[in-house]
Design a protein around this ligand. Structure first.
Ligand SMILES: Nc1nc2c(ncn2[C@@H]2O[C@H](COP(=O)(O)OP(=O)(O)OP(=O)(O)O)[C@@H](O)[C@H]2O)c(=O)[nH]1
Ligand SMILES: [Mg+2]
Length: 555
């Protein structure tokens, strides 16, 4: 029976590097969003693969692993054709890994430094001794590992560490313990993603009656299938007999010549890591960011917390106050001026004192009332809702990351809102032209009335002093001064009556304009402090998802 290592798919080094870079990209994208413990295997992989690829690609590191007494050291010596690793009757015998290098040591030494095989346990299999006999194995670095079922806990740790570093594993089982649970559940099953770099040998085949061997091999094959390793090469070996390792040698020669084992091993590692991370980036997000309804609700809550209604009410009042001051009846206009401007009371722009040439600049802190507890909790709820709607479909722990991001800058929001309101040009005019015109008309009619009054007073005074009374010109039946006085007064009232509804209408428009501008300013605060952080997490999720897809080898 001749079973070569399963050909498997050839692994292209460039593809492998692309996939590794994608794992790196994944780690960068999820940094800070996912718990570190879930990411440890990926970090380990990136670091280990990077080093392995940088070290010799001409060498294939093969480990003999198995239970104590299965014959690892015996096989090691048989393959090396030298007694390098002590074989013993007292178990366990091998406590630290031994290495045998076929061909020059140069590149292999750095590899073995990294793997952690002490220099005194390294051997070299120079082909000079054997002519060309061993040249087919050039590039092989064979490791004899301690037992993994050891009474010595340190052995097990060392085996686990080494199994993470080698390119190919030869699992050595013997006829007594081949069905051992630890071998299968503890190790072989864990290696199901590494089928292409796994080989199983049933050693000590000579101890079985020849008729028994096929039955045992069949049984073992069934167990391997159950381990998720269907089709892995399974060979029978006899370490004590030189011809008992011929097939294994041939399989190793093929592997070494192919120089694919290190790449396949890493590809299998990436598969394992990707599979374990997949649930963190499933499924595809439904939306691409915070939705319109949630954003609207957020802007509304921010506007309430910023005191926008109070400001817009003040804008309307200020407009009417100022318009009345500019267009009202001049006799009572002065009274108006004595009353405070509603905008100035809030220390808002457009309410700033305008002295000649002074540039109005927004004040840092307004006197807009602080948000009430109810407004604050409404804002908290709106932020939560935005986060829930944006990240609710994502797998754990992303929704928590989205909520965390949405709330991350909430502490800065009150100040930012105050600055936004203070920095908004509310668009309340100081003295539009039409106010001035109406004001001028009011002055004109008032002066007319005053002129009529003065004329009448003069007439009375002349009469009282007995002086000749100049004839007052008549307009119809009414004397002109009386007409001027009454007409002026009446016209003043009329102008005021006509102006009032226009002012009211214009004040409402000013309020709507201010409302629009404030809404935009408040929305910008929401964008910067809530939506942008939320979007950043969603972008990370999409990036991580894409990276993992590439890491999985899907184009
Ligand atoms: N008959 C027979 N005996 C073998 C074979 N392989 C190993 N042995 C014997 O089995 C015993 C254990 O062999 P080792 O090579 O030391 O086993 P190991 O797996 O290295 O054991 P640890 O170092 O303790 O993990 C020794 O006495 C060997 O001579 C084989 O193929 N046939
Ligand atoms: Mg041994």
């Amino acid at each position: 029976m001749r079973e070569a290592l399963r050909g498997g798919q050839r692994v292209d080094p460039d593809d492998l590097i692309t996939r590794l870079d994608a794992v790196r990209r994944f780690l960068t994208a999820v940094d800070g969003h996912l718990p570190d413990e879930r990411l440890v295997p990926a970090h380990t992989l990136v670091e280990r693969a990077g080093t392995r690829l940088a070290l010799s690609r001409d060498h294939t590191v093969v480990a003999l692993a198995g239970a104590t007494g299965s014959g690892k050291s015996s096989l090691f010596n048989a393959l090396a054709r030298l007694d390098l690793s002590p074989v013993g009757v007292r178990r366990p015998t091998t406590g630290v890994a031994h290495a045998c290098v076929w061909g020059p040591l140069d590149g292999a030494n750095r590899l073995l430094d990294w793997i952690g095989v002490l220099p005194r346990h390294r051997f070299i299999r120079e082909s000079a001794l054997d002519g060309d006999d061993e040249s087919a194995l050039h590039g092989l670095v064979l490791l004899d590992l301690p037992d993994f079922d050891s009474v010595q806990h340190a052995h097990r740790l060392e085996v686990d560490r080494l199994l993470g570093l080698v390119d190919l594993v030869i699992w050595v089982v013997d006829p007594q313990k081949y069905a051992d649970r630890l071998v299968h559940t503890g190790y072989l099953r864990e290696f199901h993603r590494h089928r292409d770099v796994t080989l199983v040998v049933l050693n000590q085949a000579d101890r079985l009656p020849p008729a028994e061997l096929p039955r045992v091999l069949d049984d073992l094959r069934r167990l391997l299938d159950a381990d998720g390793l269907p089709g892995v090469p399974l060979l029978a070996t006899t370490a004590v007999d030189r011809s008992g390792t011929t097939e294994l040698r041939a399989a190793l020669e093929e592997t070494v010549a192919e120089r694919q084992a290190s790449l396949r091993r890493l590809a299998g590692d990436i598969d394992t890591v990707v599979e374990r991370l997949a649930d963190l980036v499933e499924p595809e997000p439904a939306g691409t960011g915070p939705d319109a309804a949630g954003t609207r609700a957020l802007t509304g809550a921010l506007a309430a917390a910023a005191g926008v209604p109070a400001v817009t009410t003040a804008v309307e009042a200020a407009y009417r106050h100022r318009a009345a001051g500019a267009t009202g009846w001049p006799v009572v206009r002065g009274w108006r001026r004595l009353r405070p401007d509603p905008l100035r009371r809030l220390h808002l722009p457009g309410g700033g004192e305008q002295t000649d040439g002074a540039v109005e600049k927004p004040l840092a802190a307004t006197s807009v009332p602080d948000p009430t507890a109810a407004q604050r909790s409404a804002l908290g709820l709106a932020v939560r809702t935005v986060a829930d709607r944006a990240g609710g479909d994502l797998p754990a722990p992303w929704p928590a990351a989205v909520t965390g991001a949405a709330r991350s800058r909430l502490g800065d929001v009150p100040d930012a809102l105050d600055r936004a309101v203070a920095g908004t040009d509310l668009g309340v005019p100081e003295r539009p032209v039409w106010w001035r015109l109406v004001g001028a008309v009011q002055w004109l009619v008032t002066l007319t009335a005053l002129a009529g009054l003065a004329w009448l007073v003069l007439g009375y005074a002349l009469r009282a002093l007995g002086l000749p009374d100049p004839d007052e010109p008549m307009v119809g039946a009414v004397p002109l001064p009386t007409l001027l006085l009454l007409g002026g007064l009446l016209a003043g009232l009329l102008v005021a009556a006509v102006t009032r509804p226009v002012v009211r209408w214009a004040a409402r428009r000013a309020r709507l304009r201010a409302e629009r501008r404030l809404a935009a300013a408040v929305a910008a605060v929401g964008e910067e402090h809530v939506l942008t952080p939320v979007r950043a997490v969603l972008t990370s999720y999409a990036e991580a998802r894409d990276a993992l897809r590439v890491a999985a080898g899907k184009k």
